[in-house]
Design a protein around this ligand. Sequence first.
Ligand SMILES: Cc1cc2nc3c(=O)[nH]c(=O)nc-3n(C[C@H](O)[C@H](O)[C@H](O)COP(=O)(O)OP(=O)(O)OC[C@H]3O[C@@H](n4cnc5c(N)ncnc54)[C@H](O)[C@@H]3O)c2cc1C
Length: 498
Amino acid sequence: MNGSGRADAAAVAGEHRAALDALAADLSGGTPRDDGSWRPVVDAALVRPGDPAYDDARTVWNGAVEAYPAAVAYAGDEDDVVRVVEMARGTGLGVAVRSGGHSVAGASTCDGGLVLDCSRLTGVEVDPEAGAATVKPGATLGDVDGATRAHGLATPLGVVPDTGATGLTLGGGTGYLTRAHGLACDRLTRIDLVTADGERVTASDDANPDLFRALRGGGGNFGVAVELAFDLVDLDHGVATCDAWYRFGDDAHAAGLLRAYRDLLADADRGTNVSPYAAVVPEGEGFPADAVGDLALCFLGVHAGDPDRGEAELRPYRRLDDDALLADRAERMDYLDLQSLLADGSPQGDRYYWKSVTVPALTDDLVDLTVERMRSMPGDRDTVVVWPLGGAVADLEPDETAIPARGERDVVLNFEASWTDPAADDAHVGWARGSVAAVREVVDGPELPNFAGTETGEAAARAVFGDNHGWLRDVKTAWDPEDVFGPSGRLSPWPQSR
Ligand SMILES: Cc1cc2nc3c(=O)[nH]c(=O)nc-3n(C[C@H](O)[C@H](O)[C@H](O)COP(=O)(O)OP(=O)(O)OC[C@H]3O[C@@H](n4cnc5c(N)ncnc54)[C@H](O)[C@@H]3O)c2cc1C
C-alpha cells in the first residue's frame, strides 16, 4: 500500500460524509473488547481518517498489511451489522468484514471501503445435553475452547488462542483435532448470516443449503456471519502430546526423518495429528548449548483419544533418531494447555506472508524439496510446516464444502514467512511464493484458504478452490450480485483490498 492511501481514504470518506454521519448516529457500537489480546481498544462506533483512533482502528494482526479504509464501523449488535451493510450497498462502498483480525492475507481490511468490525459481538453458549455450541463472531478460539472444555466438550479449531473462531471456521480451519474430527467448518450445523441486501438468513443443510455449502470454507464472500452453531465432540480427558526436536543434520538426514514420518502417517490412527516443522534451536528450555542457533526438525502433535493409547501412538515420532534427538518434551496435558502452547509464537505487528499447497502424499521428490525449502529459508523465523490432513477430513467429498482438499489430499505444506524489516519483504515473500511454485512443478494442488497468499483475481481464486470455483462463483452471484463483500473474499475482482 502506498503513502497516498490515507489521503485517498480521507477523500472517499469526504465524498460519503453525509451517509457516514448518518451511520455514525445510528450505530450502537456496543462495548469495546478489552481482553488484553493484540487488538487496540477503540471506544468509538465509527472511525474515519483524521480521527485520533484511526490508526488503531485500521490495525490488523499482520504488520505487513497496511490498508486505509474510508471508515471502520464497530457493530454492537446485529442491527448495527444490518445498518452497515445497507449503508455500504447504498453508497457502493465495499465491505471488509473483520472478526478476529488474523487474516494473514489482509482479507479483513481494505483501501477506501468500509471495515465492519464484529469483535464486540462476543459470546459462546454451550448446551451440554445436546453437545452443541453457538458462537458469536467476536469470539476467539480461546473463548470457544474455554466454554466447551468446561463441559468436557470441544470442536476442532486452530492452534493459537487469539485467532478469531469465525474467520478460521469460514476458511476451513485446521488444528490438532483435524484428523480425528475434521476441519473446523465440518462441525458446523448452522450459520446465521446478514446478506448483502441486509436480510437475516439461516444457512444449514435444510435452509439455503447452497449457501451453507459455500460458507463452509468459502470465507467472507457471501455475507456477515452473526452466529455459528457447532456440533461438539467429547473431550473430557487429558491428551498425550509429542514435541520432539531433532538435529536437522545434512539434507539426507533431514529427508530420512521426513520419510520416516511419511511412513508413520500412512498407517496413523486418525486420532494422531503430528506435524513436522523447521525451527532454529532457541537458547535455554533444556536444549544442548552446542545446538543453539542450529536448524532443527521438530515434530509437534497430539493424540485426541485416550492418553494411554495416545502415548503409544506417539512414541514412534519421539524415536525417529535417538542420536539426533535434541529434546523430547512429550507430556500429558489438558486440552486447553495444548491450545495455548503456541500463544506467544507469532507476535502481532511483525510482518507475515503465508502460502500453502495441498498434496496427495509426501513422495520422495517432495521430501527432498521440503528439505531444500527448509534449508533455504531466508530468516530464523521462517518455517515450513507439514500439516497432516486425511482422517476425518476425507470423510467428506471434495465438493461437499468449499474446501477441495479432501480424500487423496493427505498433507498440506505451509510456507510461513515471518520477519520484521520491511526492506526484507521481497526475500521472505519471494521464498514462500517460490516454494509453492516449486511444489507445483512436482504435483499441483489447491491452497488452504486460511494459509493462502495475498494474490487476488480469478487465477488466485482457482488456486484455492480448485474445481469448486465454478459453483462457488454461482453462489456468490446469487447472494452478493453487487459484490458488497468483495474485499472480504477471494471470489471477486475487487482490486484495492490487497
Ligand atoms: C497466529 C495465527 C495462527 C493461525 N493458526 C491457524 C490454524 O491453526 N489453523 C487455521 O486453519 N488457520 C490458522 N490461522 C489462519 C486463520 O484461520 C485465518 O487467518 C482466519 O481467517 C482468521 O480468522 P479471524 O476471524 O481472526 O480473521 P479476520 O481477519 O477477522 O477475518 C478473516 C476472513 O474471514 C472473514 N470474516 C471474518 N469474520 C467474518 C464474519 N463475521 N462474517 C463473514 N466473514 C467474516 C473476513 O472477511 C476475512 O476474509 C492462523 C492465523 C494466525 C495469524
